[in-house]
Design a protein around this ligand. Structure first.
Ligand SMILES: *Cc1c(COP(=O)(O)O)cnc(C)c1O
Length: 520
């Protein structure tokens, strides 16, 4: 039942059944979010918002991807797509493994090199500036060629500056689909497969400056059929290359393995069903001002398409890779992994979001809890919509309430509406507002259900924000601070932390490793 305003403008006690979207929490992140006092101490010291990172988790995720390679008897590098997070701790932790890094800017390349990632483990992707191309070529990173023009530029740079021959992999796009059932989407990146001959002619002409080591694609989708089409097309392109006497070894299938954000499939299904009902006017709105997330009501008919990340994904991350590799090639008919293996091709992947799954959270302090005359409950946070860009990325997921320790559970602050204190302690639907003087600054346009009313001083933790949600959009509007980053790790059964920039994947105190300075 919806919450109805009574005639005197106060709420009656009929509560809507809460539509929770509980975040999926794996043991490490769950354990961190249970350290109430630790988290409050961190935010007291370092301010709100605060980003937490779990470097151990990224190493764990890497190992899971590696186990899928092993299962299919494949070799090749797993590149972390750096753009998903700017953290130094995560990149340094990966530098201590056999992972590679996919860098898409001059800054990211410098960051990777500075973290200890050697150039043979770096792939420079995306469209590039000349400085970016030069540093990649100068150090010996592999260049993921975005276009024929970029290939000409690179060859020119190599000759002009007497640089070593650069390993390159052209990024391909526009894969023809074998039937009418699979539509491959157009991309502004990469060279169309239809122009392959021209591209290979150019590569041959530039062989003094570049060495073709593989072919690549990255499709910004989690559509399995589309990726199977692209992977099979790349296997054929490799054949064409070998017929010409070129010797590429690697097929790089990019990222887009996806993340499962939610703990419960049924909650996601119920939520999307109720959202549809709300858009059609069959129940009260579930969002700020009836926002439809892409859906709209045209004279009683549902139109548009849900513009949300499919937050509950039964097959994501390394399981998605496993499924793709087991998928039959659309025309050749055999599993894609088998085709790779028979040709002794190496497989490269570039997971961004999936490799930082469960690797972090964003904390924000509750500043104010207010009830409007129509019964809406507003919770204002010490963060803004860019600090956890859930809306921008279409990710719907509940925050975790971390009460200030010692605070009385759930009693409403005295300044709230008179009826509030009469409400029994229990689930409540709230709107989460940011700290900008901007009507649109909502952390999410969704009405969020919390297990109880928060109080000023409590923290809300947005879980699993390390992939794009934490710092991709963060800026300093109104001179509000950008969230600091803290790397948290467990040692001897206790949680410890370092500022992100202070984290290195070793014991930096020196106590255990130094030979001593001569004193006993
Ligand atoms: C963004 C990007 C990725 C990572 O994509 P995810 O969806 O985060 O896995 C990989 N490769 C390239 C070239 C990219 O631009």
């Amino acid at each position: 039942m919806p919450l109805k305003p009574t005639s005197d403008g106060k709420q009656n006690t009929v509560r809507p059944s809460p539509l929770y979207l509980e975040p999926r929490l794996e043991p490490l992140l769950r354990s961190l979010l249970e350290t109430t006092d630790f988290l409050h101490t961190l935010v007291d010291a370092l301010g709100s918002p605060l980003n937490l990172l779990l470097p151990e988790q990224i190493a764990d995720n890497l190992a899971r991807f590696r186990s899928v390679y092993r299962k299919h008897h494949l070799t090749g590098r797993i590149y972390f797509a750096h753009k998903a997070n700017r953290s130094s701790a995560l990149v340094r932790r990966l530098a201590a493994t056999d992972a590679g890094l996919d860098v898409a800017s001059l800054g990211e390349l410098q960051h990777a090199l500075g973290a200890g990632c050697t150039p043979d483990r770096i792939m420079a992707t995306g469209p590039k500036s000349r400085e970016f191309l030069w540093l990649a070529a100068r150090t010996g990173a592999t260049v993921h060629l975005d276009s024929r023009g970029e290939l000409d530029d690179l060859a020119d740079l190599v000759r002009k500056h007497s640089l070593p021959r650069v390993p390159v992999m052209p990024r391909l796009s526009g894969f023809p689909s074998p039937g009418t059932t699979v539509l491959t989407r157009p991309s502004r990146f990469g060279s169309p497969v239809s122009e392959l001959d021209d591209l290979l002619d150019t590569l041959e002409r530039h062989q003094d400056a570049v060495e073709l080591t593989g072919v690549a694609y990255h499709l910004d989708t989690t559509g399995m059929a589309e990726k199977a089409v692209a992977l099979e097309a790349c296997i054929r392109v490799m054949d064409d290359c070998h017929r010409r006497g070129l010797r590429p070894r690697t097929i790089d299938i990019g990222g887009g393995f996806g993340v499962n954000y939610l703990a419960d499939a049924a909650q996601w299904e119920q939520y999307t069903t109720e959202l549809t009902n709300a858009v059609l006017g069959r129940r009260p709105a579930l969002t700020w001002q009836g926002h439809g997330y892409g859906l709209r009501n045209e004279s009683g008919t549902l139109r548009g398409a849900l513009g949300l990340y499919p937050a509950h994904r039964p097959v994501a991350a390394e399981a998605y890779l496993d499924e793709l590799l087991s998928h039959r090639a659309p025309t050749l008919g055999r599993p894609l992994a088998t085709l790779l293996l028979e040709n002794l091709y190496e497989l490269a992947v570039e997971p961004g979001r999936a490799l930082v799954d469960q690797c972090g959270a964003t904390l924000a302090r509750v500043l104010e809890v207010r009830h409007t005359p129509d019964g809406t409950c507003l919770v204002r946070l010490e963060m803004n919509a860019r600090d956890a860009s859930l809306e921008d990325h279409g990710v719907l997921m509940d925050p975790v309430l971390i009460p200030r320790s010692g605070a009385p559970a759930a009693s409403a602050p005295a300044t709230t509406a008179p009826s509030a204190s009469a409400l029994p302690d229990g689930p409540v639907g709230v709107h989460l507002l940011g700290n900008l003087c901007l009507e649109a600054d909502l952390i999410t346009r969704r009405l969020v259900h919390l297990p109880r009313l928060p109080a000023p001083g409590d923290l809300l933790a947005f879980a699993n924000t390390a992939g794009y949600l934490m710092d991709f959009n963060a800026g300093r509007p109104l001179q509000q601070p950008v969230a600091r980053k803290v790397a948290a790790y467990r040692q001897d059964g206790a949680w410890h932390w370092r500022l992100d920039e202070q984290y290195w994947p070793l014991d930096t105190t020196g106590a255990a490793t130094h030979q001593g300075d001569g004193r006993a």
